[in-house]
Design a binder for this molecule. Structure first.
Ligand code: PLP
Length: 225
């Protein structure tokens, strides 16, 4: 219990220390590893945004807190989302970090439209074309972009990415920097400045991500260890 409090305080202090716009940074507590008791503890420590990567489990957790009458929780979907699972989360998810295929976009758009919602999403980018990772390859992204922009019930608000798989701090930094440059470039050419969010940085690299302009950091392990 105490260590969660201390860890969250440390992360919040790091946001102030490493970001040039700390008031605009959202800390997503990645709760895929933990049960609702632990999540309740996180809420008590003032973090109100949960990140999950399994649609049905996220729905169960959402229902639990809804039944308790807890308001103000934000739900972010951060994992690879299968098309046939969109239905489990569409009515309550606040941000989908992992839009990485046109077929998925079409499904989200359809489901959102059925309930009169405009769904905020991030484009997940696999900048270094790593086979172990999900996310749009750049060529695919550019191929799909005009179609994505036509979808009326999807609101693309930014990009999500991961650093390349390495211990080399300078390569990690370069990865985040590239994602920022891509966001700025897409903003100029296609989005007219509408892309605001950069979801990058996890337990091991969030300080670098903050220095490179992250607006959303996704932290799991560091909260619980
Ligand atoms: C699990 C996960 C995280 C959290 O990773 P930690 O190293 O535990 O902080 C962040 N983002 C995504 C997409 C994840 O799947």
């Amino acid at each position: 219990m105490m260590k969660i409090k201390r860890n969250i305080e440390e992360i919040k202090a790091d946001i102030k220390k490493y970001s040039t716009f700390p008031e605009n940074v959202v800390l997503v507590a990645v709760t895929k590893y933990v049960d609702i008791e632990m999540m309740d503890n996180i809420l008590k420590n003032g973090v109100m945004v949960f990140g999950e990567n399994k649609a049905q489990l996220m729905r169960e957790k959402f229902e639990h807190f809804k039944n308790l009458g807890k308001n103000g929780i934000k739900w972010h979907f951060i994992g690879n989302l299968q098309k046939n699972k969109v239905k489990y989360i569409i009515d309550f998810v606040d941000l989908i970090h992992s839009l990485n295929k046109l077929s998925l976009a079409n499904e989200i758009d359809k489901r959102a439209s059925q309930i009169g919602k405009i769904q905020d999403v991030l484009l997940e980018v696999n900048l270094f074309e790593e086979e172990s990772k999900e996310g749009y390859l750049l060529a695919e992204l550019y191929k799909d972009l005009s179609k994505l922009l036509e979808l009326k019930n999807i609101n693309i608000v930014g990009l999500m990415g991961m650093a390349p798989f390495t211990d080399n701090v300078e390569l990690i930094r370069e990865g985040f920097r590239k994602l920022k440059i891509l966001k700025d470039d897409l903003n100029k050419k296609y989005f007219n400045g509408k892309l605001k969010e950069l979801s990058m940085g996890m337990s091991n690299d969030y300080k670098i991500a903050l220095e490179e302009g992250a607006t959303i950091i996704r932290i799991g392990t560091k909260i619980y260890s």
